[in-house]
Design a protein around this ligand. Structure first.
Ligand code: HEC
Length: 140
């Protein structure tokens, strides 16, 4: 059957080590003949790679998280080591913290309700890198 002007999209994904390749292959058939486009994206997925501690700290700094948190000591917010302890072994830890830092829930600071600070990036890979950095902190 002749498919004049219609596009056929082929989406694909394949992995190699820590890198995921996504590709989209578009075919166009019509009287002009045949046009094809290939887009190939290579993204490093933090899920399979080690946490990038420098990037995690830089994002926390940029997002003013250290105003209320430190790794070791309680300030207005809990120490990140305590957060890691609280969530140790909990399967939903990452999704809980993702919601916590992206939806600005109400938290209590000195008895006053405030909206929790939002993370200052929209890139999930960067957000999960910070979350995994926090959750991987060992307890003394
Ligand atoms: C104005 C102070 C303040 C800032 C800024 C702040 N936090 Fe918090 N954070 C808190 C408080 C208070 C809590 C405790 C909330 C509770 O347990 O109800 C908290 C809790 C948390 C928790 C633990 C949540 C849980 O479910 O136990 C994480 C993780 C966290 N903050 C990460 C961050 C990150 C990442 C940033 C930067 C984007 C940030 N916080 C910025 C005050 C702050």
């Amino acid at each position: 059957m002749r498919q004049k002007g219609s596009w056929t999209m082929i989406d694909g994904i394949f992995f190699e080590g820590n890198t995921v390749f996504r590709f989209r292959y578009s075919l166009r058939r019509g009287f002009l003949g045949f046009a094809a486009a290939l887009v190939c994206l290579a993204t490093t997925l933090p899920a399979w790679s080690a946490v990038d501690e420098d990037a995690a700290r830089a994002l926390a700094k940029k997002s003013d998280c250290f105003k209320c948190h430190t790794v070791d000591q309680k300030k207005d917010g809990p120490a990140y080591r305590e957060v890691a302890k609280k969530y140790r072994g909990k399967a939903d830890a990452e999704s809980k913290l993702y919601t916590h830092v992206t939806t600005s829930p109400k938290v209590k600071i000195d008895g006053e309700e405030e909206n929790h600070q939002m993370i200052k990036t929209k890139v999930d890979a960067e957000i999960y890198n910070l979350i995994r950095f926090i959750l991987a902190l060992p307890n003394p």
